[in-house]
Design a protein around this ligand. Structure first.
Ligand code: BGC
Length: 348
């Protein structure tokens, strides 16, 4: 069968390859790929900056934002043809206490694996296998938009952590600032609106689909710096990883506020002075500045609700480019107006 593979650590090695059918030990459920979302992590792996092949192998099948159709349900109660998404992270083999209770997104010893990222093949393949515990059903009415489930889980987890951290004290958060209007930022804004908050989104661009998408949500779109906004948000969800924006976010957030970091930027602007500024804001304003990555099964179920409640036409606009697996190079090279690029396999 065909699959998009890379040699982790080797820039420019992503190709559409002939690979063996998925190994039976990957799980009893056989799935036919419908679509796979492409994200910044995939580009980073393709640029040689991240990623690990399965032990003993040279190449990694890329792709972690999956959507497929059950071909063979094995011993599960699934029906042939049902739409499913594979969970990205699998617990470490020890397992650590977090993995042991199903919170592998919080793995404490770093020995977890991630499909398409770390030591386990991903989903950019015509067919993939999965264990029933790492598979979630999605509403077929979403069609290929089911591919948005994985990025939605990442922000669902971030939101859940924000709300539970908020329980530390009296807190009545109203104003939310999302920094970055990529897929993660827009899905974070969607959840903020669903939670009834006043949502602001900051990005660099004034053209393309982003301003309209934010306005259609009933949120406010801004360009410029965080400082120029003149807002005092209770919650900031930072989705760019750009260090000066993180510092500005900590400076602007209201006392007692929460800054959630979901992006990783380049380290070139990090200095001791930056850390000191962050520490000053965090201490003097009782802030919580925390990071969030990945998601567990609970977040997949909640994220499915988020997508089900969202306006289908709005979700549709998040997919700005659909590509064939053979066009992997174009898929991985971002374009200025891209929000979510989706690689299509079989037709739904
Ligand atoms: C994925 C997460 C993963 C993270 C780090 C992200 O792109 O969505 O599931 O944990 O990369 O590898």
């Amino acid at each position: 069968m065909q699959a998009v593979t890379v040699v982790p650590g080797m820039a420019g090695s992503a190709v559409l390859d002939d690979v063996p059918e998925p190994a039976a030990d990957a799980g009893p459920v056989l799935v036919e790929a419908l679509a796979v979302g492409v994200c910044g992590t995939d580009a980073e792996i393709a640029n040689g900056g991240y990623g690990w092949a399965p032990p003993g192998q040279e190449r990694l099948i890329l792709g972690h934002e999956s959507l497929g159709r059950v071909l063979d349900p094995g011993p599960t109660g699934l029906a042939i043809g049902e739409h499913v998404v594979g969970i990205v992270r699998h617990p470490d083999p020890m397992p650590c206490p977090s993995c042991a209770v199903g919170e592998w997104d919080m793995c404490s010893n770093g020995l977890y694996t991630e499909r398409g990222i770390k030591q386990a093949h991903g989903f950019m393949a015509e067919r993939w296998r999965v264990e029933p515990e790492y598979l979630v059903r999605v509403d077929e009415r979403l069609g290929t938009l089911g591919v948005l489930l994985e990025p939605a889980t990442v922000v669902t987890k971030a939101w859940q952590h924000i709300l539970s951290i908020g329980q530390r004290t009296f807190w009545d958060p109203q104003v939310v600032l999302i920094v970055g209007a990529g897929p993660i930022g827009l899905l974070a804004a969607l959840i903020g609106v669903q939670l009834g908050r006043e949502v602001h989104v900051l990005d660099r661009v004034t053209t393309g689909p982003k301003p309209g998408l934010v306005e259609q949500l009933g949120a406010s779109y801004h360009v410029g710096t965080v400082a120029e906004l003149g807002l005092q948000p209770d919650i900031v969800i930072e989705c760019t990883g750009v260090v000066p924006l993180i510092v500005e976010a900590a400076d602007a957030v209201a006392a007692g506020g929460i800054v959630c970091l979901t992006g990783i930027g380049s380290p070139d602007t990090t200095t001791a002075a930056t850390a000191a500024l962050l520490a000053k804001d965090a201490v003097l304003k009782n802030l919580v500045i925390f990071g969030s990555v990945n998601a567990n099964r609970r977040h997949y179920f909640r994220a499915a609700r988020v997508l089900a409640r969202a306006d289908r036409a709005w979700l549709e606009q998040l997919v700005t480019r659909r590509v064939r697996p053979a066009d992997v190079e174009q898929a991985l090279a971002g374009r200025p107006d891209d929000i979510k690029v989706v690689m299509e396999f079989a037709q739904p």
